[in-house]
Design a protein around this ligand. Structure first.
Ligand SMILES: NC(=O)c1ccc[n+]([C@@H]2O[C@H](COP(=O)([O-])OP(=O)(O)OC[C@H]3O[C@@H](n4cnc5c(N)ncnc54)[C@H](O)[C@@H]3O)[C@@H](O)[C@H]2O)c1
Length: 207
C-alpha cells in the first residue's frame, strides 16, 4: 500500500527554493515536495545528466518553474554565480536547502587525506559557501529559511570520522546568531535538526 499523499496547500507559491545535490535521493524528493507547494525551484548538482532528468520530471509532474544548473558547491565562484543568477531571474532566494553531500566511510587509520578533504569540502564548506551567498539577500528582504542537515554521526558512527554533520550544527548556530537582533529575526529562521547534535556542537565549540 502506498503512503498517503500530503495535503497540498500552495505554501510556497511566489517563493524560490534553492536545493543543492538535487539530482537524486533526498534532494530530489524535497524538490518534488516544494514544487507541489507551488515553489519556483533552483536546483544544482554536479551530476549534469541526472539533474537534467530530475528537473524535467519535476516540471512535468507539477508544472513548476525549475532552473537547473550544474554547480559544484565546493567552488565559491560557481556558488556565488549561481545564487546571483537565481536572484536576477526570480527576484530572490527564499529558501536554501544545503543537501549536497558525499560519504567516504572508512576506518580512521584508512581514511586518506583526499577522502577527508572531499567529504568536508562538499558537506561543510559547501553548506557554508551557499549560506554565505544567500544571507545578504535574505537579510535585505527580511525573509529567509536555511535548512542544513546535521546527523546522529556526532555520536561517533563507525567509519564516519570524516563525516562533518556534527560541525554543521556549529555553522547552523552561528548563522542563526548572525540573523538575530539585526531586524531580521522575525522573518528569518535557521532550523536546527536534530537539535541535540547542534547543541552538542555549540557546547564543544564554546560559543
Ligand atoms: N540518506 C541518509 O540516510 C542520510 C542520513 C543523514 C544525512 N544524509 C545527508 O543528506 C544528504 C542527501 O542524502 P542522499 O542519501 O539523498 O544522498 P545522495 O548521494 O543520493 O545525493 C547527494 C547528491 O549530492 C550531489 N553532490 C555531491 N557532491 C556535490 C557537489 N560538490 N556539488 C553539488 N552536488 C553534489 C550528488 O551528485 C548527489 O546527487 C547528504 O548530504 C547526506 O550526507 C543522508
Amino acid at each position: 500500500m502506498s503512503a498517503p499523499k500530503p495535503a497540498v496547500q500552495g505554501r510556497y507559491e511566489g517563493r524560490t527554493v534553492a536545493i543543492t545535490g538535487a539530482a537524486q535521493g533526498l534532494g530530489l524528493a524535497m524538490a518534488t515536495r516544494f514544487a507541489a507547494e507551488g515553489a519556483t525551484l533552483a536546483l544544482v548538482d554536479v551530476n549534469d545528466a541526472c539533474l537534467t532528468e530530475a528537473a524535467e520530471a519535476v516540471r512535468k509532474e507539477h508544472g513548476a518553474t525549475v532552473l537547473a544548473t550544474t554547480v559544484d558547491v565546493t567552488d565559491s565562484g560557481q556558488v556565488a554565480g549561481w545564487i546571483g543568477a537565481v536572484e536576477a531571474a526570480t527576484g530572490s532566494v527564499d529558501v536554501l536547502v544545503n543537501n549536497a553531500g558525499i560519504i567516504r566511510d572508512n576506518r580512521v587509520e584508512n581514511i586518506t587525506d583526499e577522502d577527508w578533504d572531499a567529504v568536508i569540502d562538499v558537506s561543510l564548506k559547501g553548506a557554508f559557501l551557499c549560506a554565505r551567498a544567500v544571507l545578504p539577500g535574505m537579510r535585505c528582504r527580511r525573509y529567509g529559511r536555511i535548512i542544513s542537515f546535521s546527523s546522529m554521526s556526532w555520536r561517533g558512527n563507525f567509519g564516519q570520522a570524516n563525516y562533518p554533520r556534527f560541525f554543521i550544527g556549529c555553522l547552523i548556530v552561528v548563522v542563526r546568531r548572525r540573523c538575530r537582533g539585526r531586524g531580521v529575526d522575525s522573518g528569518m529562521r535557521v532550523r536546527q535538526w536534530p537539535r541535540r547534535a547542534a547543541v552538542a556542537g555549540l557546547r564543544s565549540s564554546g560559543l
